[in-house]
Design a protein around this ligand. Sequence first.
Ligand code: PMP
Length: 431
Amino acid sequence: NPRTPLASLSDDDLAGFLAEQRSAYAALQSRGLKLDLTRGKPSSAQLDLADDLLRLPSSTKDRAGVDVRNYGGLEGLAELREIFAELLSVEPSQVVAGGNSSLSMMYSTIVDFLLFGGVDSPRPWSQEETVRFICPVPGYDRHFSMLASFGIEMVTVDMHQDGPDMPAVESLVKDDPSIKGIWIVPTYANPSGAVVSQEVAARLAAMPTAAADFTIFWDNAYAFHHLTQEEAKSADILSLCAASGHPNRPIMYASTSKITYAGAGVAVLAASQANVKWYLGHLAMGSIGPDKVNHLRHVEFFRDAEGVRAHMRRHREVIAPKFAAVDEALTTGLDGLEIAQWSHPTGGYFVNLDVLDGTASRVVALAKEAGIALTPAGASYPHGRDPRDRNIRLAPTFPVLDEVRTAMAGVATCVALAAAEKLVADRASGV
Ligand code: PMP
């Protein structure tokens, strides 16, 4: 399907292309679609895979004979911590199994830093004049809105295919003690699908930082969420940091939100012994213990780490075809026009679509008018502002396969129409 790049068409041919896209769009609108690609939610077929949980646990006691129906055990069930320790390549004693949300654990960690300071903090972050975080972009919108809600400033760096732009990160942390943290989604990042390489992880672990309590928020939400047989292995950030003399620098998070049930799974935190003690010390002021019944039913359901890996292969069978459908629709609709680029993720929940600069908001608005809900343009940037207005996050897991095909063919039409409109307008105004 060799097409001419849109920008190189003559004025007449471009006008012809625009007319074609307008009629394709009118046809799309007349279908009265109602499709939603906004959030990375598991589909009901994926949730069904975990329905044995509804009949578990079969026992009321954990391995040690403790009644899981009662209070206690703040750090979580030992057998569940062991499973996650193996999966995350850490020690069981470094793992806390908590409630149903890793995002909540990130939130309470940052609140603890603000109110009390961390293990290596000279004072609580709230007593600093300014607190800044490095935010690789595009990134996870909820990370950014959380920081904004705390008044923490965000400094962006580019996210590359092997992780954040390290020269930029290293120069920011070196001299500026107000830079206290960085968000990293190390495996199949939201939304780019990037996997942090061993080399980048080693640089993050070793780099000198002006702030003694600089913290890597290592959000491994998609650690096990492979889309191909080639399963990316997450870098071992805890060991790398410990070996570089910064044992308390990383705090790792993961959850079963996209493994069992989103909202009724189990979240975990993993960190140095000192950080775990610090976290649990503050947690103890607000909790008498986690939901051990949920912990136990997850242990019975998975049995062991291999059980989690096997379960994730069943997810892959459900969602890999949806990611293939996204790629196929975008290739069919846009290949060769040089108005869009998109990621080819090998795991995770998203496809990152970059359209012609200055058209992302228009694409999302056009899609909405045609009944296709997309994540707002700019969502993957702090304060929702994409300086180039070109980035769109696609989340294809929730709709059924046929709907993904229909929606994505529609999105391709919107991308082409918005690009043609922009090029025509630019030429008219002599840009
Ligand atoms: N981190 C990332 C990168 C995410 O994409 C999400 C959303 N699934 C979360 C955290 C939230 O996870 P949880 O359900 O465990 O709060």
